[in-house]
Design a protein around this ligand. Sequence first.
Ligand code: WTA
Length: 733
Amino acid sequence: MASAASNIPGPARHDSQGIPMHAPGRRLTTATNPHKDIHPVPEKSHVGPDIEAYKAAHSDTVGPHSDAWWAQQARDNLTWIKDFSIVRTGGFPSAEELKEDNPNPPSTLPITWFPDGALNACYNCVDRHAFKNPDLTAIIYEADEPGEHQYITYGMLLNEVCRVANVLKDMGVKKGDTVTIYLPMTWQAAAAFLACARIGAIHSAVFAGFSAESLRDRILDCGSTVLITADEGRRGGRSVATKVIADQALKECGDANPVKHVLVLSRTGSKTVAEQHFTPGRDVWWHEAVSNVPSYCPPEVMNSEDGLFILYTSGSTGKPKGILHTTGGYLLGALLTVKYVFDVHPGDKFACMADIGWITGHTYIIYGPLSLGTTTTFFESTPATVFVSVLYLTIFFLSSMAYFNHYTRSISYPTKRYWETVSKHGLTQFYSSPTAVRLLRKLGHQHVQDHDLSSLRVLGSVGEPINPEAWNWFNEHVGKGECAIVDTFWQTETGSIIVTPLPGAIETKPGSATVPFFGIETEIVDSMSGKTLEGDNIEGVLCIKKPWPSIARTIWGDHKRFVDTYLRPYPGYYFTGDGAGRDEHGYIWIKGRVDDVINVSGHRMSTAEVESALLLHNGVAETAVIGTSDEMTGQAVNAFVTMKPEFSYDSAIEPALIKELVLQVRKIIGPFAAPKRIFIVTDLPKTRSGKIIRRILRKIVAGEGDQLGDLSSVAEPEIVDVIKQKVADSMSA
Ligand code: WTA
């Protein structure tokens, strides 16, 4: 294969800041695709050929046209059991409406889309495609074990979904009930989600990397009577004790445990789980249960506004929020963004490398691609395991043979899983995260170059800002300069992508998510005055002017918190919580969270959540958690901790204590939340009223301890120097 680098067409032009602007994807037409015989590509992208075409199309989807446009899209793309006569109700409340004494507060004026329409999400994702083309591959399941994969057709998926739906019904699950799903990345997770949707149950999927405590809290919050889980998960050559964690979570629910039945998928066939962690009467094996029920289950007639799923996400307080998405609007947003943002056409093989436990997995592994009737991918493995293992190894210092075995197994584990998967299946879209791209870049492009990646047309990035170095590497070494790169901005709450380039139409600039999606009206608002900022080259917070169909409807059991978090800060708008700028081309640049949310490798967590986990340690008196920028993971968790006076502690035990505290966070939240650094200090910088000043801690860790400015608000300023010294010592150790 010719050297990739020599063939890369350079960026077409630069903007006035000297930022390169890249063509919107050269592989989008048959004329420019050198591999048209092997991988058929569309004659033409859905939108294009340039930004003028986008602008014309976008203006027909916003302002006075927006409801009519969404209604047309809903009728053209979804199958309705009963057509709707009302398109939308509700909007973002004004300052007047938000007043405490308003007799009709916003909670009585909910946002609804297509409220008198009826449909079934599962029917839209499975049946209608299975009837037309039962042999079309719905799911490519690339197992963790290298070389093992499975193609699941729409016909097979319909069968499995119906059987699981019947099992759930037999377990007493009814329309409106919640079902918790704690599953690894096996394809059956799609059947579990869709079986719930089929019978009108609201699923609450919990990322399989969450701890027993996190799972417990989520089960208790939504009161599920059924839990769907697996014996074990597989990731990067390792087994994860999924069922053991699930059992622990249920035990910890105590008397309040609402779960009556546990459906257990046998992923690894673990003997230990079968013999020691299986509770007869409560636990049922998936394979046994599905073989004992009929192979068809009629889909339930659902109102467009009936709940589809709850997904817990972090906010700026310790308690995770159960974000509720409803049926018609969510599905429409998922479908349309897959179609336009990834320029999907018949015959495509779409791959989103996220986990089904996060919103990206919900929308871009399951609901979006399947509602569109395309082929989606379940990638169970990790992009590269060596790095993770070496880290793991460093933490545990080869302390036992078990770890040694783990090390030897993982070190030989391939670093090319992504690229093997792309070339083996001829994937056409590849949606990943900046952290994964940075990791792969670090490992070197030699891992990419031996694979035929010519089937790819669109490369996507999500979850955190992508730095230009990573963007350029993705473009050059994976896309060979010919793919459209889409840096997509969205959130658990937005349900689907809201700011993004559109292949074929939008020239891209590395690091910018570019323009609003169809039907989305973004505004950059001044964070202090709440006024909309006009013109270009401005910076503020990112807000949306009008509801779109896939916006979350509420926080489960706490609508006031929904209004207070998203609608009250800037009346008349939805507030994303992200800072953003707009440049001379009207392109949007996301600057990151402006609240107490940390984003580590695209995983959202609140500083308060990590602080609560640390405070559960019996020696900890106070803690302050901050996010700092990190070359690999985007942001990293740093914690400052003071110990209780009665906790006997000296510097000799500090390394052991820090290890204990890290384990504490892993145990309470999950391994992904583990602090990168913990500083044990004697006090924290506070205002006179006792509020911790995190700004000072952030600056010190960022190496800007000499730019702290005015410290007159600090109650005991001497502590600042002590902390500076402590941080300097720890960083150099
Ligand atoms: C961040 C993930 C910059 C942002 C889909 C947002 C991004 C949070 C981007 C939502 C992007 C997501 N560029 N930042 N392209 N995409 N974010 O709910 O801070 O897990 O508010 O949803 O991720 O995270 P969540």
